[in-house]
Design a protein around this ligand. Structure first.
Ligand code: IFM
Length: 768
């Protein structure tokens, strides 16, 4: 299989595979997946089982498996399970002769397709054609059309139903399985171990071409299946449609009842009608979200692939988090990290603010969990969870890695020292507010979060009397190789920023909504005096400044005194390739080698640093960064754009956008542990690189600005933005720039193009 080659032959809306490569099974299972933000169904084959990493991960089903300390989303039974036997031989990609093989993911329509011609060694054969989707109009529903044509006379047998023997990373989640058959539907009702969540999987089928001669239902302890038999003549085709509904008691009151109704209704509508509605919904998504890249088909498909993956990972039906691996597997527990605010939220803020609102509201909804975490650790206010599920309580365990040399567990402090997560949440709220001007959100939800985070920071800073400044000690920045550091540049700058936003909300409310301000102060349990604390700290917090000579900002106190070595040279010191590089004994700890660079992260998110500083820091940190995190390439691309390193920016764009599709740099298995799945932050980062990096888009208080630098390899980019309540169509070429304000807009917007400003009224356009 060579996806890179295949890509060049597509319509720029598909990824296609023409050869099945068993060594890529984990990766392609993720890459070809379908989903709708409620469920993620891996792009595996219908006949596959748990060992082949089949999964349907459903959001809002966090649960600790039997005997496990880890809360993760459940992988639910596979309602699309279908095995086809030709004269008793299983049709499978692992056996027999496969010709005309084709697997595709239609990104435009959210469809997974497979075609293949299969023959056994005895020349029995069949032509198979399958298409399936996770409905974008009813998030509980999966639909499939399954068709096969006999390549010679014979007996063809189907075993289709619900396979409850699922793959689960941390163990068994279901304490009970109740399979049933009712009104021609098959169902499986499950109860989870820890939360007692009821999950229902119901399926129904209808034949569209030919019907079985024999039909029997088999109920096993963990599944239910239909055994169907056909005697076919060469050239005869059997086609059936299958509708599955997956519901659970955290969302609906009567999961089984609803799932049965949805399947019956789906079958009545029929596959084609369901598909049409589903496609219309994708149309409206792409209408706002597509980025058209002229002159480079490969970059075009990569861009759409990443937008697609970021989107299907995002719950749009409720205020729930985006998991670091989306819904592609259980890795990272289906939980949100800081990735959500810094990598995924921007795309929604500027294209689908209603989705951005769900995400920022999720942080409001999880304030109680963040407050519990602060309290447990001896602070006040809101210390957001490093790994955040439904309630916002910390899901990250104290022990994550194992020292492969000693077999001992390593105590990491991701959960208690990575305090930048709270200001990152503020960053997200401000991003949303600046883009949407949704003051109502600030009043109802945002201000309370800002105040609680400010209070947490008040309780976390230290005043150094001799230096007359506030400092932050015992930190872990985004660069996870260096734990227990003081004054991490990213964290300190962000702390000041978060306090300033709390002050802004306080002052604006005091002027406009004093009663609401008082209510929030009462809820948080603080007096007006708190504002003075925030302001004093914001003024006196120590910000590591660029060195006067080199212009480089020190990542944390003492970083420059560490051994200066490059990642490749350092790697040679590994005794075992599986060793962890970070705290407390890893090879990077006493060196300047970084997992991901905190200063680069800072420069990527914030403006106000001079060109000299941008260039000096990019050139200093880039060679010292190992990119152990999939978050790293996109921020490097963003800063390379700002620092006018255009070739580097493009190189990092390619790295970020191909992390999953070309599977060049990330391991899918390590020490026997599954690490695969979609890198959702990298997918969101791709949007940021193109729009904020290459198109140079920026939101300002009084409008928006652009300072583009289109990659040499492209001719132009066209996209839409919805910002400050204005829908805009933008086209950027090497020598021209065009913005059109949609007729439906109600207000004008100021566009700044490299210092030239134009106020654009609804319906008007401007060329620069
Ligand atoms: O949040 C990231 C972190 O920055 C690096 N490790 C993976 C996490 C989840 O993506």
């Amino acid at each position: 299989m060579n996806l890179e080659n295949n890509l060049r032959t597509t319509t720029q809306w598909e990824i296609i595979e023409n050869t099945f490569d068993p060594d890529q099974l984990v990766t392609t299972g993720s890459n070809f997946m379908i989903g709708n933000g409620y469920m993620g169904y891996r792009g595996t084959f219908e006949e596959w089982e748990a060992k082949d990493y089949v999964a349907c991960i459903v959001t809002d089903t966090w649960d600790k498996a039997e005997g496990s300390q880890w809360s993760e989303l459940c992988n639910v039974p596979n309602g699309l399970f279908t095995q086809l036997f030709v004269n008793d031989k299983l049709v499978t990609v692992f056996d027999g002769e496969i010709t005309d093989y084709y697997r595709a993911l239609d990104l435009r329509n959210g469809l997974n397709q497979r075609k293949m011609r299969w023959r056994s060694s005895e020349e029995d054969g069949v032509q198979l054609e399958v298409e399936k989707f996770a409905s974008k109009t009813n998030h509980h529903v999966l639909a499939m059309r399954y068709s096969f044509t006999a390549l010679q006379d014979g007996t063809y047998r189907l075993n289709t139903g619900i396979d409850g023997k699922v793959w689960s990373i941390k163990g068994e989640h279901f304490k009970s399985y109740t399979p049933f058959e009712e009104d021609s539907l098959l169902g499986l009702s499950l109860k989870t171990y820890e939360q007692d969540t009821e999950i229902a999987v119901v399926e129904g089928i209808a034949f569209l071409e030919n019907t079985p001669e024999k039909s029997e239902i088999t109920i096993t302890d963990k599944g239910c299946f239909r055994e169907l038999e056909f005697t076919l003549k060469k050239g005869e085709t059997v086609t059936f449609q299958k509708v599955v509904s997956i519901t659970h008691s955290n969302e609906v009151q009567h999961p089984i009842k609803l799932a049965k109704e949805e399947v019956s209704q789906g079958l009545q509508y029929g596959y084609d009608t369901l598909k049409k509605e589903h496609q219309q919904s994708w149309d409206s998504f792409w209408d706002r979200s597509d980025i058209q890249i002229q002159g480079n088909p490969e970059a075009q498909v990569l861009t759409r692939f990443n937008i697609y993956q970021a989107f299907i990972a995002t719950p749009t039906h409720a205020n729930l988090p985006i998991g670091a691996r989306g819904l592609s597997c259980q890795v990272y527990q289906g939980a949100a990290f800081w990735d959500q605010e810094t990598y995924n939220l921007p795309m929604y803020c500027y294209t689908h603010p209603e989705i951005a609102k769900n995400l920022v509201t999720y942080r409001f909804d999880t304030l109680p969990g963040a407050k519990r975490k602060a309290q447990n650790l001896g602070y006040y206010g809101a210390f957001y969870a490093w790994t955040s599920g439904k309630t916002g309580d910390e899901l990250f365990p104290d022990y994550f890695f194992t020292d492969v040399l000693t077999g001992r567990k390593i105590r990491n402090h991701f959960n208690c020292w990575q305090i930048h997560i709270s200001p990152d949440v503020v960053y997200g709220i401000w991003l949303y507010y600046e883009a949407s001007l949704d003051w109502d959100f600030i009043l109802k939800h945002g201000a309370e979060v800002l105040f609680e985070v400010a209070q947490f920071l008040v309780s976390r800073v230290h005043f150094k009397k001799d230096k007359d400044r506030f400092e932050l000690i015992r930190l872990l920045g985004p660069d996870e190789y260096h734990e227990n550091v003081d004054n991490d540049a990213y964290t300190n700058y962000l702390t000041k920023y978060a306090l300033e936003k709390a002050i802004w909300a306080f002052d604006t409310m005091k002027e406009k909504e004093p009663n609401r301000l008082q209510e929030i102060l009462n809820t948080v349990g603080i007096e007006e005096q708190a504002r003075n604390d925030w302001s004093e700290i914001a003024e006196l917090i120590y910000l590591p400044k660029p060195d006067p000579k080199t212009r480089v900002i020190e990542q944390f106190d003492g970083y420059f005194t560490l051994e200066d070595i490059r990642p490749d040279a350092l790697r040679k010191r590994l005794i075992d390739p599986g060793e962890y590089w970070g705290w407390p004994n890893g090879i990077a700890v006493n060196t300047q080698v970084l997992k991901q660079a905190d200063v680069i992260q800072l420069l990527a998110l914030f403006d106000g640093f001079s060109d000299e500083v941008l260039t000096a820091n990019y050139e200093y940190y880039e060679p010292r960064t190992e990119h152990g995190s999939s978050l790293s390439p996109s921020v490097h691309a963003l800063v390379a754009c700002k620092a006018n390193h255009h070739e580097e920016a493009y190189r990092y764009f390619m790295e970020a956008s191909t992390i999953d599709l070309y599977n060049a740099s990330k391991k899918v298995m390590s020490g026997g542990s599954f690490l695969g799945g979609i890198h959702t932050a990298a997918a969101g980062g791709v949007w940021r690189i193109i729009i904020e990096g290459f198109a140079g888009f920026k939101v300002k208080t009084d409008g928006i600005a652009f300072d583009p630098a289109i990659p040499d390899a492209w001719e132009g980019i066209s996209f839409k933005l919805f910002v400050k309540q204005c829908l805009l169509e933008i086209s950027v070429y090497k020598d021209s720039f065009h913005v059109k304000s949609d007729r439906s807009n109600t207000d004008s917007i100021t566009i700044d193009f490299r210092g030239q400003q134009v106020s654009l009224v609804p319906g008007a356009a401007v060329d620069f």
